[in-house]
Design a protein around this ligand. Sequence first.
Ligand SMILES: *[C@@H]1O[C@H](CO)[C@@H](O)[C@H](O)[C@H]1NC(C)=O
Ligand SMILES: *[C@@H]1O[C@H](CO)[C@@H](O)[C@H](O)[C@H]1NC(C)=O
Ligand SMILES: *[C@@H]1O[C@H](CO)[C@@H](O)[C@H](O)[C@H]1NC(C)=O
Length: 604
Amino acid sequence: MLGWDDLYPLPVPPSWVPGAAVGILSLHFVQKLLFPYFWADLRYLLKVMTYGLRMEMYRLQGRVVTVLDKFVKLAEKQPHKPFLIYEGTVHTYRDVDRRSNRIAQVFLQHEALKKGDTVALLMGNEPDFIHVWFGLAKLGCVVAFLNFNVRFRSLLHCVSSCEPKILVVGAGRVYSSFLHPKLLMFIGNVVYRYFIYRFSLRNALMHYFDFITGLPKAAVISHLQILKGAAGLWAFGATSEDIIYITLPLYHSAASLLGIGGCIELGATCVLKKKFSASQFWSDCRKYNVTVIQYIGELCRYLCNQPAKEGEKNHKVRLAVGNGVRNDVWREFLDRFGAVKICEFYGATEGNICFMNHTGKIGSVGRTNFFYKLFFPFDLIKYDFQKDEPIRNKHGWCEKVKKGEAGLLISKVNAKNPFFGYAGNKRHTEKKLLCEVFKKGDLYFNTGDLMVQDHDNFLYFWDRIGDTFRWKGENVATTEVSDVIAMLDFIQEANVYGVSVPDHEGKAGMASLILKHNASLDLEQMYKQVVTYLPSYACPLFLRIQEKMEMTGTFKQQKFRLVDEGFNPSAITDPLYFLDNSKKAYILLTKELHEMILSGKMKL
Ligand SMILES: *[C@@H]1O[C@H](CO)[C@@H](O)[C@H](O)[C@H]1NC(C)=O
Ligand SMILES: *[C@@H]1O[C@H](CO)[C@@H](O)[C@H](O)[C@H]1NC(C)=O
Ligand SMILES: *[C@@H]1O[C@H](CO)[C@@H](O)[C@H](O)[C@H]1NC(C)=O
């Protein structure tokens, strides 16, 4: 009898197989142990490279492919697919394409706009923001997005620094106090005011980064950067099936480039919200089957601070893309709202560097490795906090920090990673560049952000340096605030800086004041001044009245000490005041009030 074994002889493995198996297995373990992020890194790098190659091909073929080109193609390919959902109304790809054409015609006929003209746009989140943007882009105009929170002087500065031919203002905003409307126009049922200026020029799109160093300035963003920004959602794994919920203001690049641009890159649908609402957030997500959300750190915290409700995990959101979420909030968010993949990224609008958390390490903005650095050359250099400048050694060179230490992030500027600078402002452009960093003739972009790289090469955001701080997701320039305060006749000097408040992202504004001789502090006038001339996020939350500025040390050193001392009335003998929004006044900052702020009982 033949046994089964004879009919189907069991294959006898060659003698090297067990060895190889053990080898492969141990290789696998070695990889897991030594290079735990190997596959995640490789996948991410391949994605970045594929995209880079595609763009390089376009370039070689002499094609400028813009996000708008892609949109127009999609409007032909999928005319009936919803592109934008706003307050329940669906705008398909074709709808948006047609309406932007109509707007382009209106601009062409009434304003004779031509290719290269700059147009400033001052509008809130609404479909017409996108219609006007696309319409102008179709004419080849450069569109500058203005932050609508910026007031008076700053706005005037914004407008004059980008030298627009016209300014388009959304409905319900009247800035007639400083601009003279030439004509009023009606597009649909929305009134636009036009203000005529003489100037022209600039390439692609200009983006108003609300307030950075001194007065607001526009970063010039090339088509290439727009495309790179638009690739963000795709790189995080979003697809054309996704529905993206945008609640951030469109004048920020996060919403317009990553959000709207990213949606076009995918051919997906986005749900646009006029203004973020914590209480409506999840119900909106459920109503519109949202799968991807965009966040800033504050947004996640506001959502976590909402009273817990039944069925909070009942939604389809799978990806959250953004930046600035704190570790504890990140954990709580995942705990409460279910398995949402949080994709933290770091990127400077005008810079040429970005990181993405492609591995899922809580708290980290991303990871770097040898290959990534080949494509995006960057370094972390030693920084002198007291002098507020990079440290130069005795030979005049900057030095890299060790792993685990905070250093200033700088990225190399060259032909592959160009920096386009700021519109109409050479000085600002120069201020953001560092020359002769490691050797003669090299050039780096100074991001103004301190980062830490740990031993596994994960990067963590540490702090912002220089004359700006971030509050409620907006950048505040300290000189802008002190200029406004110094306009008061009883103020001798105002020194503005940001202070950390426990459990809050960014820094709260604080102003240290010296009164004029014989003058007394008028808190009522102070309050009126800041709320009239500054956007709410820029109004100093704390005031400190000093007898006199100390003469020792530099101005920067004094500021360093003031920041360090913070706003604790038990530690500071100078009188302190707090901006109480509910009372619409500055009130004395007592120990009890200080307690309430720390414990979160007093809302900031
Ligand atoms: C959301 O998805 C459900 C089930 O897939 C579907 O029945 C519903 O119509 C969708 N809602 C919207 C607004 O698309
Ligand atoms: C980012 O980190 C989170 C951590 O919760 C992870 O779930 C997510 O997958 C990471 N993002 C990407 C793109 O991998
Ligand atoms: C300040 O007030 C005192 C008395 O109240 C007065 O003598 C002095 O001239 C004042 N100084 C100035 C600069 O106004």
